[in-house]
Ligand binder design. Structure first.
Ligand SMILES: *Cc1c(COP(=O)(O)O)cnc(C)c1O
Length: 426
């Protein structure tokens, strides 16, 4: 009798191609990998039952050798696709030089990364971190210190206004202002100092801002909430209200930024500039975690040595990959693809409304698709799509989130949408 450990070891040493060709052996190895995950890792995710072994461009291949179109892109961390050659080359070159110095010393990629990212984003200063949540935490700390030291809010009194249904990460402070019960339940006590207003409601925001308000923190498009685009004019009104109150506008562009919506920042669609932006996900090119706060010098400049930091933030490997990402974004090619492919995506999805789909939202190559109540659940639809060779993931029960890599071809996009149509059309 073999145990699953024996079998996964056998799978491991026989390579990932699933060369046996027998479907029962194939099923066993997928199940074995999933059993390993379930036995040895915490259950803080509920992944689709597919075990990926390799990826290239817009496709991934599982341990059985089955190919899938990636319609999720690691929640936009893979905007440039899997293993983009320019990004892999930058990473390999840096691996052969130096990978980590800590910020105790300077290194030759750091200042270049910061300057190039600032140039790309039209900002003045860069604070490199690793994960998205860390970038948001960093922006919160900077905004509070700025309010206390520059705006003149009494120490410890600074407040930050956020939107309902937000998603900014998973740390204790960030879940303190989440409105998603499953993100918060049992994780208190919570960090004070946040005021929550409905998303897209400028009047409610105006009423919430006081002379203690350090900042308004907002996603230009709410991703996790189901790709929710605010009403036209809302973000411009947020900017105006912040100016009026002398509060900072912090745009969380971790998911919406770096070409997903057809522009470097999603805020550009409204002609709006933020004081601080948080970036992450695609900034690491799908290779390493890289995040940053970028923005005004007089705001980020409040940080002094010792007040904030990260052992890995701005490390040489991250900076080298980040610089290669900046070069890709600067070509304009990916924003252009998001615009043209996004028009095609939304054209086709619009045709499903009233036919198994109740609503479609989104911008660029990014959509939230609400499946009609008499159709499959989001999970069932995701599993049916997997069976048809397309990987995406539901959010909030009945919404499918579609965000293919921006390198996807028109034909691949159509193939994936054919599968989606077959699964949800009524
Ligand atoms: C993913 C995401 C985050 C958190 O990023 P992590 O790297 O997972 O910590 C924050 N804000 C937004 C808008 C996101 O989409």
């Amino acid at each position: 009798m073999t145990t699953f450990a024996d079998r996964t070891h056998a799978v491991d040493s026989s390579g990932s191609s699933g060369s046996s060709g027998s479907s029962s052996a194939a099923d066993a190895s997928t199940a074995d990998y999933i059993a390993l995950d379930e036995r040895w890792s915490t259950h803080n995710y509920h992944p689709l039952p597919v075990v990926i072994a390799s990826g290239e461009g817009a496709t991934v291949t599982d341990v059985e050798g089955r190919r899938y179109l990636d319609f999720l892109s690691g929640y936009s961390a893979l905007n440039f696709g899997h293993r983009h050659p320019a990004l892999v080359a930058a990473a390999k070159e840096q691996l052969d030089r130096v990978t980590l110095t800590s910020r105790a010393f300077h290194h030759d990629q750091f200042g270049l990364f910061c300057r190039e990212l600032a140039d790309l984003t039209g900002t003045e200063m860069v604070l490199p971190m690793n994960s998205g949540a860390e970038a948001v935490e960093s922006a919160i700390k900077v905004a509070r210190k700025w309010a206390h030291r520059v705006k003149g809010v009494p120490d410890g009194e600074a407040r930050i206004v956020v939107a309902a249904s937000n998603f900014h990460g998973r740390t204790t402070t960030i879940v303190s202002f989440s409105t998603d019960e499953s993100a918060r339940a049992d994780f208190g006590p919570f960090t004070p100092g946040f005021d929550v207003v409905p998303y897209g409601d400028a009047e409610a925001l105006a009423a919430a801002i006081t002379d203690r308000t350090a900042a308004v923190l907002v996603e230009p498009v709410q991703g996790e909430a189901g790709v929710v685009v605010p009403p036209a004019g809302y973000l411009a009104e947020v900017r105006r209200l912040c100016d009026e109150a002398g509060a900072l506008l912090i745009a969380d562009e971790i998911q919406s930024g770096l070409c997903r919506t057809g522009t470097v920042f999603a805020l550009e669609h409204e002609g709006v500039r933020a004081d601080l932006y948080t970036l992450g996900k695609a900034l690491g090119g799908g290779i390493v975690p890289v995040s940053a706060v970028v923005g005004r010098r007089d705001v980020l400049g409040v940080l002094q040595p010792g007040e904030h930091g990260s052992t890995f933030g701005g490390n040489p490997l991250a900076c080298a990959v980040g610089r290669a990402v900046v070069r890709l974004v600067a070509t304009g090619e990916f924003a252009e693809r998001a615009t043209t492919l996004g028009a095609r995506l939304h054209d086709r999805l619009a045709g499903l409304v009233g036919h198994g789909v109740t609503e479609v939202r989104g911008r660029g190559l990014w959509a939230g698709v609400d499946i009609a109540p008499d159709g499959p659940s989001g999970r069932e639809a995701s599993e049916a799509l997997r069976d048809r060779g397309v990987l995406c993931k539901e959010t909030h029960g009945s919404t499918l989130r579609i965000a293919p890599p921006l390198v996807i071809t028109e034909d691949e996009l159509d193939t994936g949408l054919d599968a989606l149509e077959a699964v949800v059309r009524r």
